[in-house]
Ligand binder design. Structure first.
Ligand SMILES: *Cc1c(COP(=O)(O)O)cnc(C)c1O
Length: 375
């Protein structure tokens, strides 16, 4: 048996230490420092986009993108019901209302066939979330946005380097937000990035990120709008630069790990995997399975308990936005049909998914899942 196998841990195998030590030795530890610019440039190059603005986490990256898009009071933003709570909260921070759309049964992304019925005269934007590293059906989403004159903000917190029809995340929407939390494919501990090809959105992002200090002219301490301090430190950016230099390695590792999981798990009765569509590169942020209790012979909670005794950590999946008391109190519409999200929440779990997880450990995990199945 292996020692405790966590669901995720950061993999810091490049220049992280060297760059961070450079920050400490030179005293450049605030948000002014060469690594901030270097990280933004490297990350923009990695995504193949014109502009990148780093911020202190992924949640504020979403908020800042919404503010740059001009989203505010009385506006509605369409988001997936099955997502991390930050997608919804960021819309609330902007003073707007998140409107939920159920997940789709194969990719677990937003069901694009159910978006149009949620569009009203107040709708201003659609926020697709590339769940677990799988980009959404962006052609359909962008066509709807064009038809109804909406903006598209991709929440790509889980999908650094993912591709849709040959295009990388960052190029699939008007503006895109990334997270660099410790468990994400590229990490700075805490951190985020807003990327876009639109110069006007870029300038607004820069402006609101730094307390609405004027982007040009003298610093006269006169502020025309209410801004935010969402700056990232040079130390975080130093880690981010080192991580981005190796981002393609981490991507390959996560895809390889997912492949091993899939080949071992696909023949176990009652184990359901995320289905990757043909025209995408899924970067597999989290290896997730859904349990069909009748076929597997145990329910999800029983499997999680069993894996715990084998030193394997697992986690529950997101609870749908339509079940969040905070969002109900905020005034969101909680009614509707969210059966796919509810199915995922009830029967799904994350398996260990760190980039540097060894093949032996993945095989061990899969064997335990196989052994526990009731023949
Ligand atoms: C992680 C995550 C976020 C939030 O990022 P933080 O950096 O933790 O604030 C937002 N959306 C999704 C889908 C995420 O997975």
């Amino acid at each position: 048996m292996f020692d405790f196998i966590p669901v995720c841990e950061p993999y810091l195998a490049g220049n992280e230490k060297k760059y961070v030590n450079d920050c400490l030795e030179t005293g450049w530890i605030s948000s002014t420092g060469k690594y901030v610019k270097a990280f933004e440039e490297q990350f923009a190059r990695y995504c193949g986009v014109k502009y990148a603005v780093c911020v202190c986490n992924g949640t504020v990256a979403l908020h800042l993108a919404l503010i740059a898009m001009g989203i505010g009071k009385d506006d509605e933003v369409i988001i997936p019901d099955f997502t991390m709570i930050a997608s919804a909260f960021s819309v609330c921070y902007a003073g707007a209302k998140p409107v939920f759309v159920d997940a789709e049964k194969e990719t677990w992304n937003v069901d694009v066939s159910k978006i149009e019925e949620k569009i009203t005269s107040r709708t201003k934007a659609i926020m697709p979330v590339s769940i677990f590293g799988h980009p959404c059906e962006m052609d359909t989403i962008n066509a709807l946005a064009k038809k109804y004159k909406l903006l598209v903000l991709e929440d790509a917190a889980e999908s650094h380097g993912a591709e849709y029809k040959g295009k990388k995340t960052g190029n699939l929407a008007d503006i895109t937000a990334f997270s660099f939390f410790a468990n994400k494919n590229v990490t700075t501990g805490e951190g985020g990035m807003v990327v876009t090809n639109d110069e006007a959105l870029y300038k607004k992002t820069l402006y609101y990120k730094n307390l609405c200090f004027p982007l040009e002219g003298p610093r006269n301490y006169v502020h025309r709008n209410i801004g935010f301090n969402y700056r990232m430190t040079n130390i975080q950016a130093a880690i981010g630069l080192a991580q981005t230099e190796k981002a393609d390695n981490y991507k390959v590792m996560r895809i390889r790990n997912a492949g091993i999981y899939q080949s071992r798990l696909k023949n176990i009765p009652g184990i359901i995997l995320q289905q990757t569509q043909k025209d995408v590169v899924n970067v597999h942020w989290m290896n997730t399975i859904v349990i069909d209790e009748l076929e597997y012979g145990h329910n999800r909670d029983e499997l999680m308990e069993y894996l715990k005794t084998k030193n394997i950590e697992t986690r529950l999946l997101f609870v749908g936005m339509h079940k969040q008391p905070s969002l109900e109190d905020y005034g969101c519409c909680m009614k509707g049909n969210y059966t796919v999200t509810e199915w995922l929440t009830k029967n799904g779990l994350y398996l260990p998914s760190a980039s540097n997880l060894s093949e032996e450990k993945i095989q061990y995990i899969c064997e335990q899942i196989m052994n526990f199945q009731k023949k």
